[in-house]
Design a protein around this ligand. Sequence first.
Ligand code: FAD
Ligand code: NAD
Length: 477
Amino acid sequence: MADQYDVIVIGGGPGGYVAAIRCAQLGLKTACVEQWINKQGKPALGGTCLNVGCIPSKALLDSSERVEQIQHVNAEHGISVKGMNVDVPTMIARKDKIVSQLTGGVEQLFKANGVTWLQGRGRLLADKQVEVVGHDGKVSVYEARNVILAMGSVSIELPIARWLDTRIVDSAGALDWETVPRRLGVIGAGVIGLEMGSVWRRLGAEVVVLEAMDEFLGAADRDIAKAAALQFKKQALDIRLGSKVSGVDVTDRGLVISYTDSKGEQRLEVDRLIVAVGRKSNAPGAVAENAGVSLDERGRVVVDDHCQTAVPGVYAIGDCVRGPMLAHKASEEGIVVAERIAGQKPHIDFNTIPWVIYTHPEIAWVGRTEAELKQAGIAYRTGSFSFAANGRAKAMSQDNGLIKVVADAATDRILGVHICGPMASELIGQGVIAMESENSSEDVARMVFAHPTLSESMHEAMLSVDGRAIHAINRKR
Ligand code: FAD
Ligand code: NAD
């Protein structure tokens, strides 16, 4: 008879491993199937996020930002460094060490919580059976009362730019280069294009980002996107909007990218290319046809608001379902599903999931933009505050950007917070707390923030909704 579990999770990324730990905490006999083999050739937990996503990219963003500071910012503080040496292999090794520490940490957490790690490729069969093909090819079948599908996503490959050794790569490839390309092309000015483009530009590459859309960062608030675009231009991150790539030729001298823009046909020669045009669900192939679970046209598992599929007891979470492809969204869905399986009634508010782009300055937002509210016919007021008038931002030499707040015109309830500026990734948490607490802009405007802090800009932006910002000239209402 097959081994039986209360819960089998397929996928050990931030969706799956968090779900598995929470299930075990709740007393459920839990196993997690994970197939990942890391750079060192060893099985690893942690998924895209820990191995080739959030964490390694932030490690390189931090290292490269130090180089940028030494080269371009320290002089105004009166600090000069002569003979700076950038050792990229050491940078990559540091990144790899962080990855090993964190993925090893998840393995320890599995042991401590009693989660069984089934190493290999999992597939959901009919009747909540799960087939696991081990790394040695051995096939085992397990039974579960509940199954959580958390297979995540992979980079989309373009037929006109197939992966090619270290020359045409996705984000994972670009996290492992040990030399700096002289000329780097990036297809896609989305989150990965901007983050990875920033890393290699700071390390010395000439970076050109080709974006098909005419609008920059279409999902972001327009004022925030404008402020960010201005800074990227100053940094010589060359973002070419409205660029439709038609082909990539591999020559002895490098890669020749053909594209068309409003002026006609263009050619761009680069040494390496990152293709960052989005990611696609890993669910196809991991769900047997007779399992009863449907996939949508993009290969995502069809689920309801509670991550429940059409089969009772089978759930799906994270990048392989609808919604934003974000680690914290995947994890939160994992927790909610685990608690639902255990008979609790947890809740997740998809309207307050924050977005962060870890460029310099950082970009972050939560809730709705002006454009979305206009489209929905909701009357709103806005308030904003520039970091140029924030003492702490000035002291940090990071006074570019702004915080913008959107509040309901009738109730003053905060509907969105949008930031481009220093530590936006941390500041956005205040927006999340305010929105989850159903605060009005007046509520936050009445709170006291320490001086001098970046948070004072949040306070002033809230005051500004009512035309009461102190360190700004308020618009007449
Ligand atoms: P994944 O992390 O993709 O994990 C899925 C796991 O399932 C993988 O380990 C895979 O091996 C395994 N798997 C798949 N199929 C099977 C199978 N059949 N059997 C067994 N195992 C299987 N998000 C953020 O929130 N913040 C960031 O800063 C951020 N930065 C990113 C940077 C980069 C370069 C990339 C690529 C992504 C980044 N993301 C970021 C997105 C984030 O990584 C994903 O949203 C997140 O990892 C999704 O979690 P998940 O558990 O759904 O899937
Ligand atoms: P994305 O959807 O953010 O951006 C893709 C961009 O490529 C878009 O602007 C799109 O218009 C453009 N594009 C698509 N096809 C194109 C083409 N043929 N030519 C030119 N441009 C084209 O996708 P991504 O940057 O690949 O990232 C994938 C996902 O990973 C993101 O959606 C995000 O959820 C996640 N991620 C998150 C973070 C973070 O939270 N900081 C960081 C990295 C990745």
